[in-house]
Design a protein. Structure first.
Length: 147
């Protein structure tokens, strides 16, 4: 995952430097908006986590399960923010290599969430996480129950 993220960042910088694009200006503007929204969502998610913020999974460091603020509408707002930034930069400076690497990075983040972070949170927070998992979607939106 780290390698994909680093390569994607390098290709993003090269794409920005050479101002590569295959899209009309309106799509590029949408990319700017998506990228800014992604940055804002990421910053809000970090600020909401406060001392509980960490990169990856730590079995030694005990933190609280954060379910307030932006975490009421997304279990993974930081990753949602990353994805919006990747899509936004892709819209602004699209080229084949950037498209492939961004897609791979987004898939790697998703797999990290699904197969590493969520099992850790289930083990660490048990019933508290299960209830949260049942109420809030992975990326965006609250779940509705039909009774």
């Amino acid at each position: 995952m780290k390698t994909a993220t680093i390569f994607t960042f390098i290709v993003e910088i090269i794409s920005i430097y050479f101002n590569t694009t295959m899209f009309p200006m309106i799509i590029r503007i949408i990319g700017v908006v998506l990228g800014i929204c992604g940055d804002i969502i990421f910053i809000i998610s970090v600020l909401t986590m406060k001392e509980s913020w960490r990169a990856g999974v730590s079995y030694e460091e005990k933190t609280d399960l954060i379910t307030s603020g932006i975490y009421q509408i997304s279990r993974n707002p930081a990753f949602l923010g990353f994805d919006l930034v990747y899509v936004g930069i892709g819209f602004m400076f699209f080229n084949f290599y950037l498209g492939v690497l961004s897609f791979l990075a987004m898939i790697m983040f998703h797999l990290q969430i699904k197969y590493v972070e969520e099992p850790f949170l289930k083990q660490e927070f048990k019933e508290q996480y299960f209830q949260y998992y049942q109420q809030v979607n992975r990326y965006i939106g609250k779940r509705t129950s039909f009774k």
